[in-house]
Design a protein around this ligand. Structure first.
Ligand code: NAD
Length: 481
Protein backbone atom coordinates (compact mmCIF):
# COMPACT_ATOMS: atom_id res chain seq x y z
CA UNK A 1 0.00 0.00 0.00
CA UNK A 2 1.55 3.37 -1.01
CA UNK A 3 1.17 6.62 1.01
CA UNK A 4 -1.78 7.72 -1.07
CA UNK A 5 -3.62 4.41 -0.71
CA UNK A 6 -3.04 4.32 3.03
CA UNK A 7 -4.33 7.91 3.39
CA UNK A 8 -7.45 6.99 1.41
CA UNK A 9 -8.02 3.94 3.59
CA UNK A 10 -8.38 6.25 6.63
CA UNK A 11 -11.02 8.29 4.86
CA UNK A 12 -14.73 7.60 4.51
CA UNK A 13 -15.70 5.42 1.58
CA UNK A 14 -16.95 7.11 -1.59
CA UNK A 15 -20.59 6.58 -0.61
CA UNK A 16 -19.99 7.83 2.92
CA UNK A 17 -18.20 10.85 1.46
CA UNK A 18 -21.24 11.67 -0.71
CA UNK A 19 -23.52 11.23 2.33
CA UNK A 20 -21.33 13.51 4.45
CA UNK A 21 -21.45 16.18 1.77
CA UNK A 22 -25.25 15.72 1.62
CA UNK A 23 -25.37 16.12 5.43
CA UNK A 24 -23.51 19.45 5.27
CA UNK A 25 -26.26 20.76 3.03
CA UNK A 26 -29.30 19.34 4.82
CA UNK A 27 -27.97 20.85 8.07
CA UNK A 28 -28.85 24.19 6.49
CA UNK A 29 -32.34 23.07 5.46
CA UNK A 30 -35.51 22.49 7.32
CA UNK A 31 -36.53 19.09 5.99
CA UNK A 32 -38.62 16.69 8.05
CA UNK A 33 -36.10 14.07 9.33
CA UNK A 34 -37.97 11.22 7.65
CA UNK A 35 -37.82 12.88 4.27
CA UNK A 36 -34.15 13.72 4.70
CA UNK A 37 -33.38 10.05 5.34
CA UNK A 38 -35.56 8.96 2.42
CA UNK A 39 -33.67 11.19 0.02
CA UNK A 40 -30.23 10.20 1.31
CA UNK A 41 -30.53 6.41 1.19
CA UNK A 42 -30.08 4.29 -1.90
CA UNK A 43 -33.38 2.56 -2.78
CA UNK A 44 -31.96 -0.69 -4.10
CA UNK A 45 -28.85 -2.33 -5.50
CA UNK A 46 -29.05 -5.38 -7.67
CA UNK A 47 -25.96 -7.61 -7.79
CA UNK A 48 -25.69 -10.17 -10.55
CA UNK A 49 -23.12 -12.86 -11.19
CA UNK A 50 -23.19 -14.48 -14.58
CA UNK A 51 -20.96 -16.79 -16.58
CA UNK A 52 -19.70 -16.35 -20.12
CA UNK A 53 -17.85 -19.07 -22.04
CA UNK A 54 -14.60 -17.48 -23.20
CA UNK A 55 -11.43 -19.08 -24.56
CA UNK A 56 -12.78 -22.58 -23.84
CA UNK A 57 -13.78 -22.01 -20.22
CA UNK A 58 -16.51 -20.29 -18.21
CA UNK A 59 -15.59 -16.94 -16.66
CA UNK A 60 -17.86 -15.49 -13.97
CA UNK A 61 -18.41 -11.74 -13.86
CA UNK A 62 -20.00 -9.57 -11.16
CA UNK A 63 -22.17 -6.61 -12.10
CA UNK A 64 -24.32 -4.06 -10.26
CA UNK A 65 -27.18 -1.71 -10.97
CA UNK A 66 -28.22 0.69 -8.21
CA UNK A 67 -31.32 2.82 -8.09
CA UNK A 68 -30.75 5.64 -5.65
CA UNK A 69 -34.02 7.51 -6.12
CA UNK A 70 -37.01 6.92 -8.36
CA UNK A 71 -38.85 10.14 -7.49
CA UNK A 72 -38.84 10.53 -11.26
CA UNK A 73 -38.77 7.74 -13.82
CA UNK A 74 -36.95 6.59 -15.78
CA UNK A 75 -33.92 6.59 -13.54
CA UNK A 76 -30.70 7.42 -15.31
CA UNK A 77 -27.00 6.74 -14.91
CA UNK A 78 -23.99 5.31 -16.70
CA UNK A 79 -22.57 1.81 -16.71
CA UNK A 80 -18.89 1.57 -15.82
CA UNK A 81 -16.52 -1.24 -16.77
CA UNK A 82 -13.57 -1.29 -14.35
CA UNK A 83 -11.88 -3.65 -11.88
CA UNK A 84 -12.52 -1.21 -9.01
CA UNK A 85 -16.30 -1.40 -9.42
CA UNK A 86 -18.06 -2.38 -6.19
CA UNK A 87 -21.39 -1.83 -4.45
CA UNK A 88 -20.22 1.19 -2.43
CA UNK A 89 -18.95 2.94 -5.56
CA UNK A 90 -22.06 2.22 -7.62
CA UNK A 91 -24.31 3.49 -4.82
CA UNK A 92 -22.26 6.69 -4.44
CA UNK A 93 -22.43 7.30 -8.18
CA UNK A 94 -26.18 6.59 -8.25
CA UNK A 95 -26.73 9.15 -5.48
CA UNK A 96 -24.73 11.73 -7.41
CA UNK A 97 -26.94 11.03 -10.43
CA UNK A 98 -30.07 11.83 -8.42
CA UNK A 99 -28.67 15.21 -7.36
CA UNK A 100 -27.15 15.94 -10.78
CA UNK A 101 -30.39 15.29 -12.66
CA UNK A 102 -32.28 17.55 -10.23
CA UNK A 103 -29.66 20.31 -10.52
CA UNK A 104 -29.71 20.45 -14.32
CA UNK A 105 -33.45 19.76 -14.55
CA UNK A 106 -33.40 16.53 -16.49
CA UNK A 107 -36.57 14.65 -15.53
CA UNK A 108 -34.89 11.53 -14.17
CA UNK A 109 -34.21 9.72 -10.92
CA UNK A 110 -30.67 8.57 -10.14
CA UNK A 111 -29.11 5.24 -10.99
CA UNK A 112 -25.70 3.76 -11.86
CA UNK A 113 -24.29 0.44 -12.95
CA UNK A 114 -20.97 -1.26 -13.13
CA UNK A 115 -19.25 -4.44 -14.18
CA UNK A 116 -16.08 -5.68 -12.49
CA UNK A 117 -13.89 -6.19 -15.52
CA UNK A 118 -10.72 -4.83 -17.08
CA UNK A 119 -11.98 -4.26 -20.62
CA UNK A 120 -8.41 -4.10 -21.95
CA UNK A 121 -8.04 -7.83 -21.27
CA UNK A 122 -10.68 -8.82 -23.82
CA UNK A 123 -11.00 -8.48 -27.57
CA UNK A 124 -14.01 -6.85 -29.20
CA UNK A 125 -15.91 -10.07 -29.82
CA UNK A 126 -15.44 -11.22 -26.21
CA UNK A 127 -16.53 -7.81 -24.91
CA UNK A 128 -19.67 -8.00 -27.03
CA UNK A 129 -20.55 -11.42 -25.56
CA UNK A 130 -19.95 -10.14 -22.00
CA UNK A 131 -21.84 -6.86 -22.53
CA UNK A 132 -24.83 -8.56 -24.14
CA UNK A 133 -24.99 -11.11 -21.33
CA UNK A 134 -24.84 -8.39 -18.65
CA UNK A 135 -27.48 -6.40 -20.55
CA UNK A 136 -29.68 -9.52 -20.75
CA UNK A 137 -29.53 -9.89 -16.96
CA UNK A 138 -30.52 -6.23 -16.46
CA UNK A 139 -33.20 -6.16 -19.18
CA UNK A 140 -35.09 -9.17 -17.85
CA UNK A 141 -35.46 -7.32 -14.52
CA UNK A 142 -36.47 -4.01 -16.18
CA UNK A 143 -33.17 -2.47 -15.16
CA UNK A 144 -32.70 -1.43 -18.74
CA UNK A 145 -35.99 -0.08 -20.02
CA UNK A 146 -36.96 3.17 -21.83
CA UNK A 147 -39.63 3.96 -19.23
CA UNK A 148 -37.84 2.80 -16.10
CA UNK A 149 -34.06 2.70 -16.26
CA UNK A 150 -31.87 4.16 -18.98
CA UNK A 151 -28.08 3.59 -18.81
CA UNK A 152 -25.38 5.56 -20.62
CA UNK A 153 -21.60 5.27 -21.10
CA UNK A 154 -19.17 5.85 -18.25
CA UNK A 155 -15.58 4.84 -17.57
CA UNK A 156 -14.54 1.91 -19.74
CA UNK A 157 -17.69 1.97 -21.88
CA UNK A 158 -18.55 3.95 -24.99
CA UNK A 159 -20.95 4.17 -27.91
CA UNK A 160 -20.03 0.63 -28.91
CA UNK A 161 -21.26 -0.99 -25.68
CA UNK A 162 -24.42 1.17 -25.75
CA UNK A 163 -25.21 -0.06 -29.29
CA UNK A 164 -24.87 -3.69 -28.12
CA UNK A 165 -27.15 -3.05 -25.14
CA UNK A 166 -29.78 -1.28 -27.27
CA UNK A 167 -29.74 -4.13 -29.76
CA UNK A 168 -30.00 -6.70 -26.96
CA UNK A 169 -33.05 -4.86 -25.60
CA UNK A 170 -34.65 -4.69 -29.07
CA UNK A 171 -34.15 -8.46 -29.55
CA UNK A 172 -35.88 -9.16 -26.23
CA UNK A 173 -38.68 -6.61 -26.77
CA UNK A 174 -39.51 -6.91 -30.42
CA UNK A 175 -42.74 -4.91 -30.28
CA UNK A 176 -41.50 -2.00 -28.19
CA UNK A 177 -41.57 0.92 -30.62
CA UNK A 178 -39.50 3.01 -28.18
CA UNK A 179 -36.79 0.42 -27.71
CA UNK A 180 -34.02 2.75 -28.85
CA UNK A 181 -34.70 4.99 -25.84
CA UNK A 182 -33.57 2.16 -23.51
CA UNK A 183 -29.98 3.48 -23.40
CA UNK A 184 -28.31 6.73 -24.42
CA UNK A 185 -24.85 7.48 -25.74
CA UNK A 186 -25.47 5.25 -28.77
CA UNK A 187 -23.72 5.81 -32.12
CA UNK A 188 -25.61 8.06 -34.56
CA UNK A 189 -26.49 5.11 -36.79
CA UNK A 190 -28.15 3.29 -33.87
CA UNK A 191 -30.35 6.14 -32.66
CA UNK A 192 -27.69 8.35 -31.06
CA UNK A 193 -27.57 12.11 -31.16
CA UNK A 194 -24.93 14.48 -32.56
CA UNK A 195 -22.71 15.86 -29.81
CA UNK A 196 -23.21 13.11 -27.19
CA UNK A 197 -19.63 11.84 -27.33
CA UNK A 198 -18.21 15.31 -26.66
CA UNK A 199 -21.03 16.32 -24.30
CA UNK A 200 -19.44 15.88 -20.88
CA UNK A 201 -16.18 17.60 -21.89
CA UNK A 202 -18.16 20.30 -23.69
CA UNK A 203 -20.20 20.78 -20.51
CA UNK A 204 -16.98 21.26 -18.52
CA UNK A 205 -16.00 23.99 -20.99
CA UNK A 206 -19.42 25.68 -20.74
CA UNK A 207 -19.28 25.45 -16.94
CA UNK A 208 -15.90 27.20 -16.86
CA UNK A 209 -17.06 29.84 -19.33
CA UNK A 210 -20.05 30.57 -17.11
CA UNK A 211 -17.87 30.72 -13.99
CA UNK A 212 -15.58 33.27 -15.68
CA UNK A 213 -18.61 35.38 -16.65
CA UNK A 214 -18.94 36.27 -12.93
CA UNK A 215 -15.90 38.30 -11.81
CA UNK A 216 -17.13 38.17 -8.21
CA UNK A 217 -16.91 34.36 -8.26
CA UNK A 218 -13.57 34.38 -10.07
CA UNK A 219 -12.22 36.72 -7.39
CA UNK A 220 -13.20 34.23 -4.67
CA UNK A 221 -10.74 31.79 -6.22
CA UNK A 222 -7.98 34.39 -6.33
CA UNK A 223 -7.93 34.31 -10.13
CA UNK A 224 -8.86 37.13 -12.47
CA UNK A 225 -9.71 37.74 -16.09
CA UNK A 226 -10.94 35.09 -18.50
CA UNK A 227 -9.95 31.57 -19.50
CA UNK A 228 -7.40 32.99 -21.95
CA UNK A 229 -3.89 32.08 -20.84
CA UNK A 230 -5.00 30.11 -17.78
CA UNK A 231 -2.67 27.20 -16.99
CA UNK A 232 -4.51 23.92 -16.66
CA UNK A 233 -3.62 20.41 -15.46
CA UNK A 234 -5.89 17.53 -16.51
CA UNK A 235 -5.97 14.07 -14.94
CA UNK A 236 -7.33 11.38 -17.29
CA UNK A 237 -7.33 12.01 -21.04
CA UNK A 238 -10.31 9.72 -21.73
CA UNK A 239 -13.64 10.80 -23.14
CA UNK A 240 -14.29 13.61 -20.65
CA UNK A 241 -10.73 14.83 -20.07
CA UNK A 242 -9.80 14.78 -23.75
CA UNK A 243 -12.80 16.81 -24.91
CA UNK A 244 -12.54 19.31 -22.06
CA UNK A 245 -8.81 19.85 -22.66
CA UNK A 246 -9.23 20.05 -26.43
CA UNK A 247 -12.04 22.63 -26.37
CA UNK A 248 -10.46 24.75 -23.62
CA UNK A 249 -7.13 24.94 -25.43
CA UNK A 250 -8.46 25.30 -28.99
CA UNK A 251 -11.40 27.62 -28.34
CA UNK A 252 -10.71 29.50 -25.10
CA UNK A 253 -6.95 30.02 -25.17
CA UNK A 254 -6.26 27.95 -22.02
CA UNK A 255 -2.83 26.31 -21.84
CA UNK A 256 -2.77 22.64 -20.88
CA UNK A 257 0.58 22.37 -19.12
CA UNK A 258 0.07 18.97 -17.50
CA UNK A 259 -1.66 15.69 -18.35
CA UNK A 260 -1.81 12.83 -15.85
CA UNK A 261 -2.54 9.32 -17.09
CA UNK A 262 -2.34 5.81 -15.63
CA UNK A 263 1.28 5.32 -16.71
CA UNK A 264 2.61 8.72 -15.62
CA UNK A 265 2.30 12.35 -16.58
CA UNK A 266 3.44 14.85 -19.18
CA UNK A 267 4.46 18.43 -18.51
CA UNK A 268 5.17 21.23 -20.96
CA UNK A 269 5.24 24.89 -19.85
CA UNK A 270 4.26 26.13 -23.30
CA UNK A 271 1.25 23.80 -23.39
CA UNK A 272 0.70 20.29 -24.73
CA UNK A 273 -0.89 19.43 -28.07
CA UNK A 274 -4.04 17.62 -26.92
CA UNK A 275 -4.83 15.86 -30.20
CA UNK A 276 -1.18 14.76 -30.40
CA UNK A 277 -1.16 13.28 -26.88
CA UNK A 278 -4.57 11.66 -27.35
CA UNK A 279 -3.50 10.07 -30.60
CA UNK A 280 -0.29 8.81 -28.92
CA UNK A 281 -2.28 7.23 -26.07
CA UNK A 282 -4.61 5.50 -28.55
CA UNK A 283 -1.63 4.02 -30.39
CA UNK A 284 0.67 3.21 -27.45
CA UNK A 285 -1.72 2.69 -24.53
CA UNK A 286 -0.20 5.50 -22.41
CA UNK A 287 1.71 8.76 -22.37
CA UNK A 288 5.20 7.22 -21.96
CA UNK A 289 7.48 7.98 -24.88
CA UNK A 290 5.48 10.98 -26.12
CA UNK A 291 8.10 13.14 -27.85
CA UNK A 292 7.04 16.55 -26.50
CA UNK A 293 7.33 17.73 -22.89
CA UNK A 294 8.77 15.98 -19.85
CA UNK A 295 7.55 12.56 -18.76
CA UNK A 296 7.05 12.11 -15.02
CA UNK A 297 6.76 8.53 -13.77
CA UNK A 298 4.54 9.39 -10.76
CA UNK A 299 2.02 11.38 -12.75
CA UNK A 300 -0.11 12.25 -9.72
CA UNK A 301 2.67 14.60 -8.56
CA UNK A 302 1.78 16.86 -11.49
CA UNK A 303 -1.54 17.63 -9.81
CA UNK A 304 0.52 19.35 -7.11
CA UNK A 305 2.41 21.57 -9.57
CA UNK A 306 1.52 25.28 -9.77
CA UNK A 307 -1.40 25.89 -12.15
CA UNK A 308 -4.59 27.94 -12.24
CA UNK A 309 -7.16 25.22 -12.91
CA UNK A 310 -7.01 21.54 -12.03
CA UNK A 311 -9.37 19.20 -13.89
CA UNK A 312 -9.54 15.72 -12.39
CA UNK A 313 -11.28 13.71 -15.13
CA UNK A 314 -10.45 10.10 -14.27
CA UNK A 315 -11.55 8.39 -11.06
CA UNK A 316 -12.80 9.16 -7.56
CA UNK A 317 -10.68 9.87 -4.50
CA UNK A 318 -7.58 11.17 -6.29
CA UNK A 319 -7.47 14.39 -4.28
CA UNK A 320 -7.43 13.18 -0.72
CA UNK A 321 -5.89 13.70 2.71
CA UNK A 322 -2.48 12.71 1.35
CA UNK A 323 -2.17 15.43 -1.29
CA UNK A 324 -4.87 18.10 -0.68
CA UNK A 325 -2.49 20.33 1.27
CA UNK A 326 -0.03 20.31 -1.65
CA UNK A 327 -2.53 21.31 -4.35
CA UNK A 328 -1.66 24.75 -5.71
CA UNK A 329 -4.48 25.23 -8.22
CA UNK A 330 -6.89 28.03 -7.27
CA UNK A 331 -9.82 26.43 -9.07
CA UNK A 332 -10.74 22.75 -9.29
CA UNK A 333 -13.45 21.60 -11.63
CA UNK A 334 -14.57 18.06 -10.90
CA UNK A 335 -15.00 16.55 -14.35
CA UNK A 336 -14.84 13.08 -12.81
CA UNK A 337 -17.33 11.93 -10.19
CA UNK A 338 -16.07 12.20 -6.62
CA UNK A 339 -12.41 13.09 -7.31
CA UNK A 340 -12.14 15.12 -4.07
CA UNK A 341 -12.74 13.21 -0.84
CA UNK A 342 -14.73 14.70 2.02
CA UNK A 343 -11.57 15.37 4.04
CA UNK A 344 -9.71 16.92 1.10
CA UNK A 345 -12.72 19.11 0.35
CA UNK A 346 -12.44 20.66 3.80
CA UNK A 347 -8.68 21.25 3.49
CA UNK A 348 -9.10 22.89 0.08
CA UNK A 349 -11.97 25.08 1.25
CA UNK A 350 -9.85 26.30 4.14
CA UNK A 351 -7.13 27.19 1.63
CA UNK A 352 -9.66 29.27 -0.33
CA UNK A 353 -9.65 26.98 -3.36
CA UNK A 354 -12.92 27.14 -5.30
CA UNK A 355 -14.30 23.75 -6.32
CA UNK A 356 -16.88 23.49 -9.09
CA UNK A 357 -18.58 20.27 -7.93
CA UNK A 358 -18.99 17.08 -9.94
CA UNK A 359 -22.79 17.03 -9.87
CA UNK A 360 -22.71 20.24 -11.90
CA UNK A 361 -19.36 20.08 -13.70
CA UNK A 362 -19.92 16.78 -15.50
CA UNK A 363 -23.68 17.11 -16.02
CA UNK A 364 -23.19 17.73 -19.75
CA UNK A 365 -23.34 13.99 -20.34
CA UNK A 366 -26.74 13.42 -18.77
CA UNK A 367 -28.08 16.62 -20.31
CA UNK A 368 -27.33 15.49 -23.85
CA UNK A 369 -28.46 11.97 -22.93
CA UNK A 370 -31.79 13.57 -22.07
CA UNK A 371 -31.91 15.16 -25.52
CA UNK A 372 -31.11 11.77 -27.07
CA UNK A 373 -33.86 10.04 -25.07
CA UNK A 374 -36.38 12.70 -26.19
CA UNK A 375 -35.18 12.28 -29.80
CA UNK A 376 -35.68 8.50 -29.56
CA UNK A 377 -39.18 8.88 -28.12
CA UNK A 378 -40.17 11.44 -30.76
CA UNK A 379 -38.58 9.36 -33.53
CA UNK A 380 -37.29 12.43 -35.34
CA UNK A 381 -33.98 14.27 -35.53
CA UNK A 382 -33.90 17.71 -33.91
CA UNK A 383 -34.21 20.49 -36.49
CA UNK A 384 -35.56 18.28 -39.27
CA UNK A 385 -38.87 20.15 -39.55
CA UNK A 386 -37.64 23.71 -39.02
CA UNK A 387 -34.19 24.04 -40.54
CA UNK A 388 -35.05 24.86 -44.17
CA UNK A 389 -38.05 26.96 -43.19
CA UNK A 390 -35.76 28.99 -40.90
CA UNK A 391 -33.31 29.42 -43.77
CA UNK A 392 -36.10 30.58 -46.12
CA UNK A 393 -37.22 33.24 -43.61
CA UNK A 394 -33.64 34.44 -43.15
CA UNK A 395 -33.30 34.63 -46.94
CA UNK A 396 -36.29 36.99 -47.01
CA UNK A 397 -34.51 39.35 -44.59
CA UNK A 398 -31.24 39.25 -46.55
CA UNK A 399 -33.07 39.85 -49.87
CA UNK A 400 -34.87 42.81 -48.33
CA UNK A 401 -31.63 44.30 -46.92
CA UNK A 402 -29.96 43.97 -50.31
CA UNK A 403 -32.96 45.58 -52.03
CA UNK A 404 -32.83 48.55 -49.62
CA UNK A 405 -29.09 48.97 -50.23
CA UNK A 406 -29.76 49.07 -53.98
CA UNK A 407 -32.80 51.40 -53.98
CA UNK A 408 -31.26 53.87 -51.53
CA UNK A 409 -27.98 53.77 -53.42
CA UNK A 410 -26.26 54.13 -50.04
CA UNK A 411 -23.15 52.18 -51.01
CA UNK A 412 -23.49 50.16 -47.76
CA UNK A 413 -22.51 46.49 -47.85
CA UNK A 414 -23.16 43.58 -45.54
CA UNK A 415 -20.17 42.45 -43.43
CA UNK A 416 -18.14 39.64 -44.96
CA UNK A 417 -19.47 36.24 -43.94
CA UNK A 418 -22.71 37.68 -42.50
CA UNK A 419 -24.90 36.22 -45.23
CA UNK A 420 -23.54 32.69 -44.92
CA UNK A 421 -23.70 32.69 -41.14
CA UNK A 422 -27.16 34.22 -40.94
CA UNK A 423 -28.71 32.10 -43.67
CA UNK A 424 -27.64 28.74 -42.28
CA UNK A 425 -30.38 27.07 -40.22
CA UNK A 426 -29.27 25.22 -37.10
CA UNK A 427 -28.49 21.53 -37.49
CA UNK A 428 -28.83 18.96 -34.73
CA UNK A 429 -25.31 19.51 -33.37
CA UNK A 430 -25.84 23.25 -33.04
CA UNK A 431 -29.17 22.72 -31.31
CA UNK A 432 -27.65 20.21 -28.90
CA UNK A 433 -24.78 22.56 -28.04
CA UNK A 434 -27.20 25.44 -27.58
CA UNK A 435 -29.41 23.35 -25.26
CA UNK A 436 -26.36 22.21 -23.31
CA UNK A 437 -24.97 25.73 -22.99
CA UNK A 438 -28.32 27.01 -21.77
CA UNK A 439 -28.57 24.18 -19.22
CA UNK A 440 -25.06 24.76 -17.86
CA UNK A 441 -25.62 28.51 -17.53
CA UNK A 442 -28.96 28.19 -15.77
CA UNK A 443 -27.75 25.49 -13.39
CA UNK A 444 -24.67 27.55 -12.47
CA UNK A 445 -26.85 30.56 -11.78
CA UNK A 446 -29.13 28.52 -9.53
CA UNK A 447 -26.07 27.40 -7.51
CA UNK A 448 -24.49 30.84 -7.28
CA UNK A 449 -27.75 32.35 -6.12
CA UNK A 450 -27.59 30.04 -3.06
CA UNK A 451 -23.86 30.65 -2.67
CA UNK A 452 -24.25 34.40 -2.50
CA UNK A 453 -27.59 34.71 -0.75
CA UNK A 454 -26.72 32.98 2.55
CA UNK A 455 -23.58 33.43 4.58
CA UNK A 456 -23.65 29.81 5.81
CA UNK A 457 -23.40 28.60 2.21
CA UNK A 458 -19.67 28.86 1.81
CA UNK A 459 -19.03 26.81 -1.29
CA UNK A 460 -20.54 25.75 -4.58
CA UNK A 461 -20.84 22.13 -3.51
CA UNK A 462 -23.20 22.88 -0.65
CA UNK A 463 -25.04 25.29 -2.94
CA UNK A 464 -25.45 22.55 -5.56
CA UNK A 465 -26.74 20.08 -2.97
CA UNK A 466 -29.20 22.66 -1.65
CA UNK A 467 -30.68 23.26 -5.09
CA UNK A 468 -30.84 19.55 -5.87
CA UNK A 469 -32.24 18.38 -2.53
CA UNK A 470 -34.91 21.09 -2.53
CA UNK A 471 -36.08 19.88 -5.94
CA UNK A 472 -36.09 16.19 -5.00
CA UNK A 473 -37.95 17.03 -1.77
CA UNK A 474 -40.50 19.09 -3.71
CA UNK A 475 -41.05 16.18 -6.06
CA UNK A 476 -41.65 13.74 -3.16
CA UNK A 477 -43.97 16.25 -1.48
CA UNK A 478 -45.96 16.73 -4.67
CA UNK A 479 -46.49 13.10 -5.52
CA UNK A 480 -46.28 11.47 -2.09
CA UNK A 481 -43.83 8.69 -1.29
P1 NAD B 1 -12.77 7.00 -19.90
O1 NAD B 1 -12.64 5.55 -19.60
O2 NAD B 1 -13.10 7.43 -21.28
O3 NAD B 1 -11.44 7.78 -19.49
C1 NAD B 1 -10.83 7.70 -18.24
C2 NAD B 1 -9.36 8.10 -18.43
O4 NAD B 1 -8.73 8.21 -17.18
C3 NAD B 1 -8.59 7.08 -19.25
O5 NAD B 1 -7.78 7.75 -20.19
C4 NAD B 1 -7.76 6.35 -18.19
O6 NAD B 1 -6.54 5.84 -18.72
C5 NAD B 1 -7.53 7.46 -17.19
N1 NAD B 1 -7.30 6.98 -15.84
C6 NAD B 1 -7.94 5.99 -15.18
N2 NAD B 1 -7.46 5.86 -13.94
C7 NAD B 1 -6.51 6.80 -13.80
C8 NAD B 1 -5.65 7.18 -12.74
N3 NAD B 1 -5.69 6.56 -11.56
N4 NAD B 1 -4.78 8.19 -12.96
C9 NAD B 1 -4.73 8.83 -14.14
N5 NAD B 1 -5.53 8.52 -15.17
C10 NAD B 1 -6.39 7.52 -15.01
O7 NAD B 1 -13.84 7.55 -18.85
P2 NAD B 1 -14.71 8.88 -18.96
O8 NAD B 1 -16.00 8.50 -19.57
O9 NAD B 1 -13.90 9.97 -19.52
O10 NAD B 1 -15.02 9.13 -17.42
C11 NAD B 1 -14.10 9.83 -16.57
C12 NAD B 1 -14.84 10.32 -15.35
O11 NAD B 1 -15.90 11.19 -15.77
C13 NAD B 1 -15.49 9.26 -14.47
O12 NAD B 1 -15.45 9.67 -13.12
C14 NAD B 1 -16.92 9.25 -14.94
O13 NAD B 1 -17.83 8.77 -13.96
C15 NAD B 1 -17.12 10.74 -15.21
N6 NAD B 1 -18.24 11.03 -16.12
C16 NAD B 1 -18.25 10.55 -17.39
C17 NAD B 1 -19.31 10.87 -18.23
C18 NAD B 1 -19.36 10.44 -19.67
O14 NAD B 1 -20.24 10.92 -20.39
N7 NAD B 1 -18.46 9.60 -20.15
C19 NAD B 1 -20.36 11.66 -17.76
C20 NAD B 1 -20.32 12.15 -16.45
C21 NAD B 1 -19.24 11.82 -15.64
Amino acid sequence: MNIQESAISQEPTFRQSVDLMFNRAVALMDLPPGLEEKIRVCNATYTVRFGVRLRGQITTFTGYRSVHSDHMEPVKGGIRFAMAVNQDEVEALAALMTYKCALVETPFGGSKGGLRIDPREYDEHELELITRRFAYELIKRDMINPAQNVPAPDMGTSEREMAWMADQYARMNTTDINSRACVTGKPLNSGGISGRVEATGRGVQYALREFFRHPEDVAKSGLEGSLEGKRVVVQGLGNVGFHAAKFLSEEDGAIITGIVERDGGLWRDEGLDIDGVHDWISRHGGVAGYPEGTHVADGNLLMEEPCDILIPAAVEGVINLANAENIKARLIIEAANGPVTYGADEILRNKGVVIIPDMYANAGGVTVSYFEWVKNLSHIRFGRMQRRQEEARHQLVVDELERLVTVTNSGLTLSPGFKDKYLRGADELELVRSGLDDTMRIAYQSMREKWHSREEVQDLRVAAYLVAIERVAASYRAKGL
